[in-house]
Design a protein around this ligand. Sequence first.
Ligand code: ARG
Length: 459
Amino acid sequence: MKKAWGGRFSKSSEQWIEEFGASISFDQELVLEDIDGSIAHVKMLGKSNIISLDESEQIVAGLLKLKQKAEAGELQYSISEEDIHLNLEKMLTNEIGPVGGKLHTGRSRNDQVATDMHLYLKKQVKTIMEHIKELQSALVEQAEKNVETVFPGYTHLQRAQPVSFAHHMLAYFWMLKRDYERFEDSLKRIDISPLGASALAGTTFPIDRFFTAEQLGFSNVYENSMDAVSDRDFVVEFLSNSALTITHLSRLAEEIILWTSKEFGFIELDDAYATGSSIMPQKKNPDMAELIRGKSGRVIGNLVGMLTVLKGLPLTYNKDMQEDKEGMFDTVHTMIGSLKIFTGMIQTMTVKNEEMESAVNQDFSNATELADYLAAKGIPFREAHEIVGKLVLTCINQNCYLLDLPLDQLQEACAKIEEDVFVILSPREAVKRRNSYGGTGFDQVRVQLEKAKHNLLEA
Ligand code: ARG
């Protein structure tokens, strides 16, 4: 098959070599962006008298036909045309004849592919941002129902201090808010047009890069044609923002996996988000949470892969850069899928309030309360810590908890302890009293919840 670039070649590659070099199997995902980019370019060629207006209109009409076919899924791609750009150019000339060959005047596949990717990511990042908001809303809903649900807070995965379950949910809300902002900020750097950089050096034709940028809805154009076709920093940034977001999801997924275990027993997932075992009839596995935890691995891998592809590349375009696409597409699909699943999983999960609260009544997570109580009575905190540590040891030896110790035994440890200690030691009270700004006290959590809701409405 004759190649678009075949002039200086006297021999063609065998098919398996062609297949190795082709990107059409995956870059067809850019079909609509590629057509839009071509329409903008050819309109500009017409208006700048680089080709005649009539030719420009014929080409636009041909491209619009291809667009219709693409939307209806009717385009047939061929490996011998290598990539989406050459496939479409071939289809165009089949559609409207040799005038189609004028489309590529004053541009290169190098600025063309970069333009497609900018257009693609601009759209997909906005979609991902919407999905982040939906997950944030689901977290807010669960938080709203569980401000006074008390459960263990952990450090080192050891019971630390009791907290409000809403506080825990909202912790993820704020992480996702920062993720959202990072994606939002990245749009500035995605929203730049490389079109017209041509192969690397610009072109001798009197093109109008600002016109094509405006047609395509870009706010800016690249200042340097070599930069425009060389860098994929906007892809790296997208992959990095995705990796961080899915890392946040993965941490919550891990917690959900723990919480649904018999050992924790804090939540139950809706049947729709769990699966059974082919051999063990009793099983209900948190597969979706596990999968998202797993998928964080591939998103992080895509980031590392892209950085590695770029790090040794001399300017400007190198074929290595064709490796920029699969990781990007895969990350877009993985992020959208994971965010959607996560939203549904959070919305439908059952929070087992009683089991949560009974957990904090059977541990030492109120020990800090007692130490603070003594410190408030004037005992230096270090001494108070020691006294309570010894009491915890006593309890361990007697197989009981702090609240089980009678007042006289507590007073033996420290004469300053009075009857009111029992209120202080209740886990619910411990949560309620943590009213420092941003703390887990119910009133603080309510304030935080209002802020979160306000933030959801803002964007
Ligand atoms: N398929 C190529 C890619 O994805 C398009 C750009 C090709 N440019 C070239 N000079 N071979 O990178």
